[in-house]
Design a protein around this ligand. Structure first.
Ligand code: C2E
Ligand code: MG
Ligand code: MG
Length: 654
């Protein structure tokens, strides 16, 4: 019967929605990466289906009815065209539910499970192939539909399409439930909701057949998937044309949850900073993109390239053979050198380091992988190729990999200790001041150097908690009777960059001083030169507030960073601590000249000078000649626990 009352506006809307979404995906370049590619293919499938549906509807609603009156005279061409469109539509339609299943598997990173063995393959794909064959062979048997007197007539076996949709929906729902843990709540709810939506649409369609809702609903469903489950823009890092850090994190956790054996090759550009200095930020990006391109050229079918930022890449492959992984690592290494001929890299050799890791043999859990990604630059020396097995032999391996845990444990137990290093005032040879330095003795791994854990604590934010613990301990000492008898003027306390840029730090320091009854003049806070180059406004404000409250502030490690004399002049530092590197090169006439000038200038603007890291008598004499006020170093004393420090002062200041 002719469908004169068919409402085709929904199909028109579906085609428009799909074309706009497709264009938007393509224009934004969101076509890279497994999930985006599968999503894009599904979009193309739905768009073609919607076009076929619309073509069919237009025929049935407009052309068909006018032809029917000529009945037997409908041309052969019209017949072939209409059946062709119908066959095309039904074939594509039968692929929608399986495509949806593939989409779910891709989003949950379980697509390898779709092909895990022959039985799974047969259960998953044979029904789809059978239905497709049935539709494509319809001209031979006309069991699915037939064109009779200018009208398309549905035959009983068309039911097979619905049976297929139900079959794949059940598998899809089961898949979602099985891998629930691998999906965020948003992803899970969105993907799950689509089934009742599609069911409702089918029911409506059954009762109101002239309402052609199906393609419209499907296209809206695709938009929902894009908005809540795929986030195409978070999956791929377009700046370097590799999968994003977000995708890498997902891949890691999913690999463990699904027992997916993996071989990972971590590749890092070692000299990022140097390249940035030489070439500038823009050119550096070109270099990173070039490296990414070179790496991508090495990928085979199942390999994926991720960019983890700061010049670190990771290639992952399902069942990648470690020998080939090492080949990739070496190739990356050599290409880095060769890429020095590339237009972007005319500035310097690109140095690379890489490490091959097998999952789960090497890294039994996600945490190990994450730590490895983060600590790679500390673990792999220079620009070399190595394997996880090699790294695991290093003495400090356990320490490096457990740094975050060590810090958490130490914060929980407040087990940081404070050591004090006496500082000599050259004018009278006495020790009026000292520097408080943190020490950490882990119950399992022993002493951990602050130069190792302070940077990590700054990166992961625990430095704030550590800073508070230290400040409390130091203030407790400064407020004790022990301190009163020492004759010390003040103690230098290191502030980390993170503490410096926090507006709350000032109140915390002043609050602790008050609580412990410590005179503000007994504390001198050290701000490193590198800290002073960050967020100038907040730091300047903090320094002024502290100085205003009577707490002096010194500039630590002067001579290593980039801050200029003007900057140093503009801040109310009372003491400038010259960096140890000056002492190490004291034999060099140029260094001596720079140092002498720096000391003279600093003194000329009314600030005291201190030299750190002094170990020999000759160094002391040379520095005395240049007019340094204070000296801190092993020559006089190493940092020591509170009790030893008190004994030292008693002996030397008597
Ligand atoms: P810094 O503030 O420049 O501290 C001076 C460092 O030089 C200390 O290392 C000290 O032990 C070491 N040193 C002193 N005299 C000599 C010497 O004659 N020769 C040599 N080779 N080294 C000497 P330490 O204690 O390992 O601390 C390293 C860095 O860690 C510190 O450098 C500071 O930046 C940071 N740090 C230490 N304690 C704290 C703290 O309580 N809070 C914060 N935020 N950072 C800290
Ligand atoms: Mg210091
Ligand atoms: Mg220093």
């Amino acid at each position: 019967m002719p469908h004169t009352s068919t409402i085709i506006y929904f199909d028109i809307a579906a085609v428009v929605i799909m074309l706009i979404s497709l264009a938007s995906l393509l224009l934004r370049g969101l076509t890279k990466g497994a999930a985006n590619r599968v999503y894009l293919s599904a979009m193309v499938l739905v768009t073609l289906t919607a076009c076929a549906a619309l073509a069919g509807e237009i025929y049935d609603a407009i052309i068909g009815p006018s032809l029917v009156q000529y009945g037997p005279y409908v041309s052969e061409g019209t017949r072939i065209a209409r059946t062709g469109v119908a066959m095309f539509y039904y074939a594509l339609r039968s692929l929608t539910a399986p495509a949806y299943l593939v989409l779910i598997a891709t989003i949950s990173e379980t697509s390898h499970k779709l092909n895990s063995n022959n039985l799974v393959r047969a259960v998953l794909w044979l029904p789809m192939i059978a239905i497709l064959l049935l539709i494509l062979t319809n001209p031979l048997h006309h069991l699915v539909f037939e064109f009779v007197d200018g009208v398309l007539v549905r035959k009983p076996l068309l039911m097979i399409l619905y049976v297929g949709a139900v079959y794949y929906s059940i598998i899809g729902i089961a898949w979602l439930i099985r891998w629930r843990a691998l999906l965020s709540t948003n992803e899970f709810v969105t993907l799950m909701m689509l089934y009742p939506i599609m069911l409702a649409e089918t029911v409506i369609q059954y009762f109101v057949p002239e309402l052609r809702l199906d393609m419209f609903v499907t296209s809206v469903v695709m938009l929902l998937v894009s908005a809540f489950a795929i986030h195409p823009e978070t999956r791929h890092d377009n700046t370097v044309d590799a999968e994003s850090l977000h995708s890498y994190h997902e891949m890691c956790s999913h690999a463990f949850a699904t027992d997916k054996p993996l071989c990972l090759v971590y590749i890092e550009i070692v000299n990022m900073e140097r390249l940035r200095e030489l070439a500038g930020q823009m050119e550096l990006q070109g270099i990173v993109r070039q490296v990414s391109k070179n790496l991508a050229a090495r990928l085979e079918r199942d390999d994926v390239l991720y960019y983890l930022r700061n010049g670190v890449f990771c290639i992952s492959a399902h069942n990648l053979d470690p020998a080939r992984a090492e080949e990739i690592a070496w190739a990356a290494h050599n290409e880095g050198r060769a890429a020095s001929n590339a237009p972007h890299a005319r500035f310097s050799i690109i140095r690379m380091r890489s490490c091959v890791v097998r999952v789960p043999e090497d890294a039994p859990d996600v945490e190990t992988l994450r730590n490895l990604g983060r600590r790679l630059s500390h673990l792999v020396p220079g620009s070399t190729v190595t394997t996880f097995t090699e790294l695991a032999k290093r003495d400090d391996f356990k320490l490096q990999m457990n740094l975050a845990n060590i810090l958490t444990r130490a914060i929980e137990n407040r087990s940081f200790e404070v050591y004090y290093q006496p500082i000599c005032h050259l004018a009278d040879g006495r020790f009026h001041t000292a520097e408080a330095l943190v020490r950490l003795n882990d119950p399992e791994l022993g002493w951990v150097s602050p130069s190792l854990f302070i940077p990590e604590a700054e990166n992961n934010g625990t430095i704030i908690a550590i800073g508070s613990i230290l400040l409390e301990k130091i203030c407790a000492f400064l407020g004790s009777v022990d301190f009163e008898g020492t004759g010390l003027e003040y103690v230098e306390v290191n502030l980390s960059v993170e503490q410096c840029v926090r507006p709350e730090t000032v109140d915390e320091v002043l609050g602790l001083l008050e609580k412990n009854g410590v005179d503000p003049s007994h504390v001198n806070l050290e701000i490193t030169e590198t800290a002073a180059t960050y967020s100038q406004k907040v730091i300047e404000e903090n320094v002024r507030k502290l100085v205003g409250a009577g707490v002096a502030v010194s500039l630590d490690d002067y001579g290593t960073g980039y801050s200029n004399i003007a900057r140093m002049l503009s801040m109310p530092f009372s003491l400038v601590k010259l960096d140890q590197s000056f002492v190490q090169h004291l034999d060099d006439p140029a260094t001596r000249k720079v140092l002498a000038d720096t000391i003279a200038t600093t003194k000329a603007i009314g600030k005291a000078t201190l030299m750190e890291g002094v170990e020999t008598r000759e160094q002391v004499e040379a520095l005395q000649e240049m007019g340094v006020d204070y000296i801190q170093g092993y020559y006089y004393a190493k940092p020591m626990p509170e009790a030893d420090f008190l004994a030292f002062l008693k002996e030397h200041n008597a």
